[in-house]
Design a protein around this ligand. Structure first.
Ligand code: PA5
Length: 411
């Protein structure tokens, strides 16, 4: 489905073999749910059923959630927006400016808006406080907000599931064995996708293809480990399709929270170092970060993610208005993007920067399902080979404790 062109990089056979074993261990590990989601029919049918009901009632959906509870849904919406007549707004920040401006726009048609409250733990301060904010807003207008809500959380008691129970709000399950940032192919992403009217079974088909694609998964994991050996401590994910703009941020979260750990699985040994992920957007960032990547310290490994669709689409420029742009005449606009992606890659090679290119076919549900499962497998395999716990994020806890303390004691 995707192809890797490993340009100035040679895959080291021994590392790829080691990663094939690591990937097999990940897939064999039945305590990990993320690679089993395509077999769990109930996740797909329940998401579809409630989304069908919401589609009948609402034109707009607001998703309240943060991190892994929002990014995957945003990717789906942005990548496949061209296929839908529905709108989804994502509240993945707690800036009142965002909430107030959107509530202002929705005011007057509040009954036509569906609300999805997504939190795997059901205990996240940002998401729960947003609920309070909206419930209050509806109450002030004598409207019953809880009738318009679906809750997506773990199937166990938590503040959010208790709230759902109390107000008889329908609930969809985030399985206990699927981590937040690995949850896009559970109701966390499936419900928004089905609300948009997308074919979620094609997402599943794509994910199943990635699960069978050992060579392509381990090609990227091996090249990534090689980049760590070369001390390339920044991995740039440089997407060249507008449709995949948020995808770079989804990978960033998946990579950063999963791979940067203090200790190994024994909780004692210092964990090996992993790179810092950095999303970039083509052609935009050619006029921004490119200078530093090209001539700055050689500590980067660049993964170009190109789109055959973007590169072949667009009107043909018949005759440019500008005499120095004659070379665009007779060419579809997408050829400009293609030339720039190839040129940036070639220039980086000349500057001695390690890079590879992933090419993707036209955007659809199957490709997206593939890409989600593909990168989840890549990250899980790298984590497995580093002997770290890929699925926790202890480093984010301290900030939460301090914030709570500040709120209790006063700022
Ligand atoms: O990957 C993770 O587990 C986190 O990034 C979570 O997705 C994020 O903290 C939100 O948590 P929750 O879904 O429990 O509200």
């Amino acid at each position: 489905m995707i192809k890797i062109l490993n340009q100035n990089q040679k895959i080291q056979e021994a590392i790829q073999q080691k990663h094939k074993l690591a990937l097999a261990r990940v897939i064999d590990d039945k305590t990990l749910g993320f690679h089993q989601v395509t077999q769990r029919e109930n996740l797909w049918t329940t998401s579809q059923q409630i989304a069908d009901d919401f589609r009948k009632k609402y034109k707009t959906l607001v998703v309240m959630g943060i991190g892994g509870s929002a990014l995957g849904g945003r990717v789906i919406k942005e990548a496949l927006a061209f296929k839908t007549d529905r709108e989804i707004l994502f509240w993945d920040n707690v800036d009142p400016i965002l909430m107030d401006s959107q509530l202002k726009k929705l005011d007057g048609k509040l009954e036509t808006v569906g609300w999805a409250v997504i939190s795997k733990s059901g205990n996240t301060i940002e998401t729960l406080t947003q609920c309070d904010y909206v419930a209050q807003f509806y109450k002030a207008k004598n409207l019953n907000w809880t009738k318009q809500v679906v809750v997506i959380t773990e199937p166990r008691e938590n503040p959010l599931s208790n709230f759902a129970k109390k107000f008889e709000i329908p609930q969809l399950e985030v399985p206990l064995d699927v981590g937040g940032r690995f949850s896009v192919l559970t109701p966390v992403g499936l419900f928004p996708a089905a609300f948009l009217g997308l074919n979620i079974n094609l997402l599943k088909a794509g994910a199943n293809k990635a699960l069978a694609d050992v060579e392509t998964v381990t090609a990227l994991t091996a090249l990534s480990e090689q980049s760590f050996i070369n001390q390339e401590w920044i991995t740039v994910f440089w997407t060249y399709s507008e449709l995949l703009k948020t995808f770079g941020f989804w990978i960033q979260q998946l990579w950063a929270e999963s791979l940067a750990k203090k200790v190994c699985r024994d909780n004692k040994t210092q964990a090996p170092r992993a790179s810092t992920p950095m999303p970039c957007m083509g052609a935009t960032d050619q006029h921004s970060i490119l200078q530093q990547i090209a001539e700055g310290y050689k500590d980067k490994f660049v993964v170009f993610i190109r789109s055959e669709q973007s590169e072949s689409q667009g009107q043909i420029i018949n005759e440019s208005l500008f005499n120095n742009m004659y070379h665009m005449n007779g060419k579809p606009f997408g050829q400009l993007l293609k030339a720039e992606a190839i040129a940036t890659q070639a220039a980086l090679t000349e500057h001695g920067v390690s890079n590879i290119t992933i090419t993707t076919p036209s955007m659809n549900e199957e490709l997206l399902g593939y890409l989600f499962m593909y990168f989840e497998l890549v990250v899980a395999t790298i984590g497995e080979s580093m002997n770290i716990n890929t699925f926790n994020q202890p480093g984010v806890e301290l900030g939460k404790v301090i914030a709570k303390d500040l709120l209790i004691k006063g700022l």
